[in-house]
Every structure is written in structure tokens, then in C-alpha cells.
Design a protein around this ligand. Structure first.
Ligand code: PFF
Length: 445
């Protein structure tokens, strides 16, 4: 029996949605890609894609979710009467399962580093070979799988507690803490000697450094970082009352995500520049460069722990939204089945995640197509399934869904009328064409 849950407040919904959006995408991948690809020039392109593509898709997920008030593998047909439209929900349901299986690998690394930093603080011991430490932690199957399992268990416990007591409560506690931790770290980072060199390295616009690849990344990032394309925002909006203004909520989520994206760079680059370190790429930045940077500061390990905590909050508030999509679909919103479904899904995620976790160790030499098993999972989700999901969402809302339904959901004030027309135009013509263009350029490369 369907027992539809509800958020207790509009703030809860916005914080949970912002929590889903703000994650490894904005805080881990974006800063170093931006710094390598023309700084503010890249940011400008990303903001443009966010406004013209990510934001309209976010509203499309909100409209479908709130109008249908049900889980994503049923909501499409509930609105149009055509069963095969639910395939869009099925694609997302599979996509998030694969995504979470490797998202939790990085979540596990963050937990391992938190445990290690607490140990350093308590025992007073210290070790300075961070490159060696990182390599040995992530390649040790016992640690790496343990970290991943712990991350999945923590995600599962929150989701098992339901919408209000689990997801909403966690978001209301973690998101304000995330902002506070950010402020502490940024003040610390910006008051270091030579901090401004880092700010300008990060922000100085250099349009010459924009390549086709960086534009493709900015596009992919505009859906990935707003969690659109797989029905995550649809699921969260299905728990929303009829009164809340969807456009305003969407604007809040987009702005919070943009602010955090920029703040992440402002936290990281002044710190690296003040020590004259070239910002390393990807995993290296958080796990090798930053502990080294913080080591040089008084109370550095304490600041590093705050930094890791901030990453942890950002990551887990995204992973709970990923798991919730599966849980809503598996239980068909029957809350009596929630705990059992969470437990089974968690075991499945762990098993599917094993080869991704071992990709940094035992299976590191097993390479095919896009690289290691982890790389292939990432490629499949980020470059194929998510853009396909985003494409189908735009077609569904632009062409298949009765526009009167969307109008009812979105237009509550007269000034929203022209925006509604623009939204439909973007969904019908601009977004599908841009995504097809990207697919073609990937295939022809
Ligand atoms: N927005 C998350 C991030 O940037 O890390 C990732 C994500 C979460 C994508 C939930 C899709 C999703 F449904």
C-alpha cells in the first residue's frame, strides 16, 4: 500500500535538495577542472549551462514529482497514461544504483581519512609522506572495502529512518554545519600569506584555455551537480505539499550549489598557493596536497578534520538522495517495507562496488575501454546514462506531458508567465539539441 511521506517544511525540502546537489561534483571535481580550464572563463560557461540546461531540467523533475506524488518508475505513466514512459524512471533507477556503487568508494576514502586524522590528533603521531599514505590506504583492500562499507551503512541508516526523521533531519543538521565549516576554512585559507595568488590562479579568466573537452565537462557537470536526469529531484518533489513555489525553491537550490562551487575553490587554492604548491589533479588535491598544506599550519590537523567533515556532509547528503530513489521504487512508497529494502539495497551496492573499490589496488591493472572498472562505471553513468536521462526528461516535459499540468505547477504569479514560455522553449529545442550535439561529438572523437 502506498503511504506517501511528506517533508515537514519547505526549508527541509530545500536543504535536502541542495544537499543532494552539493556533493563530490561541486566540491571535488569542479575546482581543479576549473583551475585547469581557464578559471572564471570556465565558471562563466558552467553558469550559463546551469541556467539554460540544469535549472530547466531541475524544474522539470520538480513538476513531474509533485504532480504525480509517486515514485519515479510510475510517475511518468501516471501523468500521461502511457506505460512505456516509465522507462525514463527505470533508466534513472538503474543509473543511481551504479552511481552510488562507486560514489561510496570516495565516501569511504573520506571516512578513512577522518579516522586517521582523529587518530593523529589524539595520539599526536604524525606522518608526512601523504602520497605514500594515500596510495597505501586506497590500495589496501581491507581498509578500502571497510571504508566503503561504513559509508554505505551510514547512508543506509539515515534513509532507513524515513523522510522526516532520516533525510530531512540529517539535511537540517548537516547543511548548516557544512556552511559553517566552509566559512571557518575559507577565513583560514584567505588569511594565509600569498593567498591572493591562489585566488587569481583560480578565478582569472582565460578564454584561450577553454577546449571542446572543457565545454563538454561544464555541460555534464550542469546536470550532475544539480542531480538531474535520474529522477532524484523528482523523488524529493514527490514528498512536497501543493503550496510550495517550485520556481523559488529551484532558484534557491541552484544558487546554493553555485555558491558552494565557488567557495570550494576559494577554500582550496589560496591554501595551495600560499605554500607554492601546484594544485594536483583529482583525488590528489583533497587527499595528498591538502593534508600537507594543513600540516604547515598551527592546529593544521584540526582544520583538516573540519575540512574532511565538510566533504563528508556534502557527500553523504548526496548519497542519501541516490539511495532514496531506489528505496522509493523498490518499496513502491510503502514505508512498511523501507527497512528491509534499505538493507537489501545496501548489500547489493556493496557487492557491486567491490570491483570499483579494488580498482585502486588489486584490480588496478585490469583496464578495458575507459580504463579501470571504476573509470568504466564513471564513464557509463556520467557520459552516457545521465545525459540520456536528461535528454529524455526534456523530451517528456517539452512534448509528452500536457503543458496545462506544468503550467499549473509552475505559474503562480503573473511575472512567471513569460518565464514559463522560455522554459518550454528550452526543453523543446535547446536542451535536446545540445545533448545530441554532445553525444555526436563524443562518438566522432
Ligand atoms: N549532485 C551530486 C554531486 O554533484 O556530487 C551527484 C548526484 C546525486 C547525481 C544525486 C545524481 C543524483 F541523482
Amino acid at each position: 500500500m502506498e503511504t506517501q511521506s511528506q517533508w515537514s517544511s519547505k526549508l527541509g525540502f530545500i536543504l535536502a535538495s541542495a544537499g543532494s546537489a552539493i556533493g563530490l561534483g561541486a566540491m571535488w571535481k569542479f575546482p581543479y577542472v576549473m583551475a585547469d580550464n581557464g578559471g572564471a572563463a570556465f565558471l562563466f560557461i558552467f553558469i550559463l549551462f546551469t541556467m539554460l540546461i540544469g535549472f530547466p531540467l531541475l524544474l522539470s523533475e520538480f513538476v513531474i514529482g509533485r504532480q504525480s506524488q509517486t515514485y519515479s518508475t510510475r510517475s511518468f505513466s501516471k501523468l500521461t497514461g502511457k506505460k512505456y514512459h516509465d522507462l525514463i524512471g527505470h533508466l534513472g533507477n538503474i543509473g543511481v544504483f551504479i552511481l552510488l556503487s562507486f560514489y561510496s568508494v570516495i565516501g569511504g576514502w573520506i571516512l578513512l581519512y577522518m579516522i586517521r586524522t582523529i587518530y593523529v590528533l589524539v595520539a599526536g603521531s604524525s606522518q608526512h609522506d601523504y602520497e605514500g599514505l594515500f596510495g597505501s590506504l586506497i590500495s589496501n583492500p581491507f581498509y578500502a572495502l571497510g571504508g566503503q562499507a561504513l559509508f554505505i551503512v551510514l547512508t543506509a541508516v539515515i534513509v532507513a529512518n524515513g523522510i522526516q526523521n532520516g533525510i530531512e533531519r540529517a539535511s537540517k543538521i548537516m547543511m548548516p554545519l557544512l556552511f559553517t565549516a566552509f566559512i571557518i576554512i575559507i577565513i583560514r585559507s584567505l588569511t594565509l600569506d600569498n593567498a591572493m595568488a591562489g585566488v587569481s590562479y583560480f578565478l582569472k579568466p582565460d578564454f584561450g584555455k577553454l577546449s571542446a573537452d572543457s565545454i563538454l565537462f561544464a555541460l555534464g557537470q550542469s546536470f550532475f551537480s544539480l542531480s538531474v536526469g535520474f529522477g532524484g529531484m523528482l523523488t524529493y518533489a514527490s514528498y512536497l505539499d501543493r503550496k510550495t513555489d517550485l520556481t523559488q525553491s529551484g532558484v534557491s537550490v541552484v544558487l546554493l550549489n553555485l555558491v558552494i562551487t565557488i567557495l570550494a575553490g576559494l577554500a582550496i587554492f589560496p591554501a595551495t598557493a600560499s605554500l607554492g604548491i601546484e594544485a594536483a589533479q583529482g583525488p590528489g588535491l583533497l587527499f595528498i596536497v591538502l593534508p600537507y598544506v594543513f600540516d604547515q599550519l598551527p592546529l593544521g590537523q584540526l582544520f583538516y578534520l573540519i575540512f574532511l567533515l565538510l566533504f563528508f556532509f556534502a557527500t553523504i547528503t548526496s548519497s542519501i538522495s541516490l539511495l532514496e530513489i531506489n528505496v522509493a521504487n523498490v518499496t513502491k512508497n510503502n514505508n512498511n517495507k523501507r527497512v528491509k529494502a534499505v538493507a537489501l539495497l545496501a548489500i547489493g551496492l556493496f557487492v557491486l562496488g567491490i570491483p570499483s573499490t579494488l580498482s585502486s589496488g588489486l584490480l588496478g591493472d585490469v583496464k578495458f575501454l575507459a580504463g579501470t572498472f571504476f573509470d568504466n562505471m564513471d564513464y557509463l553513468v556520467s557520459n552516457i546514462m545521465l545525459p540520456l536521462g536528461a535528454f529524455l526528461f526534456s523530451i517528456f516535459t517539452g512534448y509528452l506531458l500536457d503543458q496545462r499540468l506544468s503550467h499549473q505547477q509552475l505559474v503562480t504569479k503573473p511575472y512567471q508567465e513569460p518565464l514559463f514560455k522560455l522554459w518550454i522553449f528550452l526543453l523543446k529545442f535547446v536542451i535536446p539539441l545540445v545533448i545530441i550535439g554532445v553525444f555526436l561529438s563524443l562518438i566522432l572523437k
